[in-house]
Design a protein around this ligand. Sequence first.
Ligand code: PMP
Length: 399
Amino acid sequence: MPSTNTAVNRHSIAQRAQLTQESQIREASRYCDQFGAINLAQGLPDFPAPEALKQAAVEAILADHNQYCDPWGLADLRQGIAQKMAREQNVVVDPDREVTVCCGATEGLNLALLSLIDPGDRVLVFEPFYENYLPNLITCGGIPEFFLLEPPHWQIDENILQQVFRKGIKAVILNSPANPTGKVWRYEELEVLARYCQKYDAYVITDEIYEYIIYEGKHISMLSVPGMRERTIVVGGFSKTFCVTGWRLGYTIACATLTTAMRKLHDFLTICAPAPLQIAALTALQFSPDYFTNLGKEYRHKRDLLFPALAEIGLKPVLPQGAYYIWAETSAIAPDGDQAARYLAEQARIAAVPGKCFANPDRSVVPYIRFCFAKKESTLIAAIHNLLQLKENGDTPLL
Ligand code: PMP
C-alpha cells in the first residue's frame, strides 16, 4: 500500500530540495524510451569498459576488498594520481595531504563548493555550463554569476570579467575541456583568469574530468598556472577516461588546508569511494600511453562522423575541441532548443538535450541542443541515418 502520510507536504521540504530541479538530461533519456529514440542525450558510453579493468574489479571483490577503506582513498591510488599530476602538469602534490579519492567528480565538485562557499557567496559560472553546477550551488547557498561565452571561440572579454569580479567573487567554476561546448581553455586565457582571482582573492574549482578527450590544443590544469597553487581545487575522475561512469570514482587535488576541509566533509558524506574499484583503478593508471592516444583518436573519429550530419539537416554545430559533445544551434529547425529536441525525438527518433539545461535559468529561449557522441560507431551510424532520413522526407521544421 502506498503511504498516505499527509504530514509531509511541500512546506516540509527544505528550500535546497525545493529549489533543485530534476535533471533534464535524465529526463531526455526518459523520453528516449517513450519515442524509442537513439539516446544521444546522456553523457554515457554504450560500449564496454576495458577488459583489464573489469577483470581487476572482479579480482578485487573476490579477494575480499569489500569493506570501508581509508576515507582519503587508497594510498597507492593517491600516489598514482599525484604522479600523474607531476608527469603531465609539472606540479608536485603530496598524495598524503593533497589528494582525496571520492565518489566521482560529482562528489568532488560538491566537496569543493561546500568547503569554500557559504550561503550568499558569489560563484562565477561560464555559460553554457554543465548542468550539475547549479544544483550544487543551491546545496551550499552559493549565488551563480553567469558569464556568457559565445560560439564558436568562447572567448572571454576582459572588460566583462572585470565587472563580474568587482561584484565580489569567492570562487570560479572552470571546466576544461568543457561540457557542453567542447572548449579547451588556452594557457593565455587561464592566465587572465588567474590574474583576476589573485587580484580579487578568489578560488578556482576546475573540473578536469575530460582531460584526456582532446582534439585541439592541450589540457592545461589551472593548478599549474603561477600563483594558483593555493587557490585551485582540481576535480578529476575515472568515469570518462576509462569508460566507467557507473563506478563512481573521482578525486580532488588541492593544497593541504583546502584538502583538510574537504576530507572532513567527505568522511561524513560518503566515508569512502568504493574500495574494490579503487584497487581496480590502479590498473587503469598503469595503462600504456597508447591507451590515452587512442582514446582521443577514437572520439575524434566519432565526432567527425556525427558533425557533418548535424550540419546537413540545417543545425549549426560548433566543432568541439575536447570532451564528447556537440553543441548545435537550432534556429533553422526550431526557435528554441526544447522544441528542436522534441522534434528530433518524435520525427528522427534521436534524443538530444535542450540547451536550457546548460543555461542561466532566467533565459526563456535557448536555441541550442547538445548531442553526445560517446557511442558505438553502429549507434552513431543509425542516428545519422535517422537524421538524414528526415531531410530526405522533406519534413517541415517547426518554423
Ligand atoms: N563534470 C562534467 C563536466 C561532466 O560532464 C560529468 C559527467 N557528465 C561529471 C563532472 C561527473 O563525473 P563523475 O561521473 O566522475 O561524477
